[in-house]
Design a protein around this ligand. Sequence first.
Ligand code: SF4
Ligand code: SF4
Length: 333
Amino acid sequence: MSGRISLEVLTSSGRVGAFDRALHDAGSAPLCRGSVSTVQINVGRVCNQACLHCHVEAGPQRTELMSQAVADRVLELLSASPQVETVDITGGAPELCPEFRRLVVESRRLGLQVIDRSNLTILFEAGQETLAAFLAEQRVHIVASLPCYSESGVDAQRGHGVFEPSIRALQLLNSLGYGIDGSGLTLDLVYNPGGAFLPPAQAELEEQYRNELKQNFGIGFSSLLTLANMPIKRFAHALERDHQMADYMALLEQSFNPATIPGLMCSSQISIGYDGLFYDCDFNQMLDLNIRPRSIFDVSSYDELAGAEVMTASHCYGCTAGSGSSCGGALLD
Ligand code: SF4
Ligand code: SF4
């Protein structure tokens, strides 16, 4: 059904099949999904920001959003998929999709954990005045982007003026109990590097974030998740522009760590696009690596997608470099 693709979609460096050879040498080829415990739903490309490293190339000018009919089917399949435990909603700014709140409420009604991948500034957009309270009431797990604890670091990557409302958003979420011990409301922060290098050790960076955010802004949070920049879309364009693509790919390849393979997110999740098409992960989605069965209208349960071979290419080195990287942060301590 699926299989491997030419890496030429990503780079002209001639590394066709290199990731698969690395998997093979590690005794882990082919890469296959186990049971589907997480369904990640990308509800659209519309965003109130346009960050430098965005692998979705999201922004205010994008128009793609999940329709009511697709959301209906997504929910129908969730109720028919006993193996699924978590619904992970991403975008764009997922909260801008008109179906967002219904997806949250109905998923929670099914007893599922729900993750909202938030850019924080969305809390202050017009029409989102009740968003923070809604998320708290539904006990949604918030995973929020904050690539630095300094204004210059955040604004350089996410746009001028983003740091200040991000800090205000974290303070608002704290006031509702998010990130506060014993509240049961989880607020994780996401760091990604400001350039063509790997994230530092997650635990050490978390300690720095904790100290800086507490001392300077009185902010608390649950955990820090470190993610590697994937060499695709907007970050890939920046690498190409700055003639850094070959060096960054070499760094990822040289940092290949077989110990990360069992934790790769594609081994336990499926990704759904705003139009209902299936992918192995959000990165593959942005590269149009559609799998079979192709769509939510071709199956009767997400459980049917268990056991299938994952489509891999050289960007997968971004998940296996060093301590590994996933939407849940580093794969190894
Ligand atoms: S990285 Fe997140 S906040 Fe930034 S443009 Fe992309 S989707 Fe929007
Ligand atoms: S990019 Fe990462 S999560 Fe996606 S298929 Fe490759 S290894 Fe798996």
